[in-house]
Design a protein around this ligand. Structure first.
Ligand code: G3P
Length: 227
């Protein structure tokens, strides 16, 4: 399986918007050309159309989608509204949690439209629980490490091994990503050595002085440890 480098842009300002965001997209496109990795970018909802009009190799994902059908819902983002611009969506990020029955609804709706689903979970056992819903991929991120710069690979390596074991045990064969605090090539290398198929990252790339250099570090490490 090709290592996956998924970037959740969140809504850092100004980093996640306009020209700053497009700089990250261009960096992802470059590393997708230069390394045997799959790249994903989840921009803020307001930036999805522009990013998707430019992205070629990088899959554009929504950061979230609401578990509702078209109709009388105020402020909701529905699958039907984004389906022509994204390849999939993050679901149940720790900063945007929904109930397990709602996760099921969104995974099913995305699937109906041929879109991918990346379901997040805060612990190994929760990751296995959401994997039962057969999303495209799962991502385990200990919430207390998110945005700290202290990586899951270094601070809680056992949660990566436990996630891989628990998720594979229920027969889920899709990619398993890990995230939270991933900051260096070494963090990426360790995550992949422990059995992850890729990483889900935000601040280290979105706030990097040179996003391309940071992504190159990640891509190089992921390809080397995947070999
Ligand atoms: O979705 C990725 C995210 O929660 C990890 O954030 O800033 O620790 O890379 P960060």
């Amino acid at each position: 399986m090709r290592p996956i480098i998924a970037i959740n842009a969140k809504v850092y300002y100004p980093h996640s918007f306009g020209a700053h965001l497009l700089r990250v997209l261009r960096a992802l496109e470059r590393i997708a050309d230069e390394y045997d990795v799959e790249t994903i970018l989840a921009p803020p909802h307001t930036e999805i159309k522009e990013v998707s009009s430019i992205a070629k190799k990088t899959k554009v994902y929504a950061q979230s989608v609401d578990p509702v059908n078209p109709g009388a819902h105020t402020g909701s983002v529905i699958v039907e509204g984004i389906k022509d611009f994204v390849k999939g969506s993050i679901i149940n990020h720790s900063e945007k949690r929904i109930r397990i029955d709602e996760i099921e609804v969104v995974v099913r709706k995305l699937n109906e439209y041929g879109l991918e689903s990346l379901v997040c979970a805060p612990t190994p056992l929760t990751a296995a629980s959401v994997a039962v819903l057969r999303p495209t991929m799962v991502a385990m991120e200990p919430p207390e490490l998110i945005g700290t710069g202290i990586s899951v690979s270094k601070a809680k390596p056992e949660t990566i091994t436990d996630t891989v074991n628990a998720v594979r045990e229920i027969g889920f064969n899709g990619p398993i990503l890990v995230g939270a605090g991933i900051s260096t090539g070494d963090d990426v290398k360790k995550a992949i050595e422990l059995g992850a198929n890729g990483v889900l990252v935000a601040s280290a790339v979105m706030k990097a002085k040179d996003p391309y250099e940071k992504l190159k570090e990640f891509a190089g490490a992921s390809v080397a440890s995947n070999a």
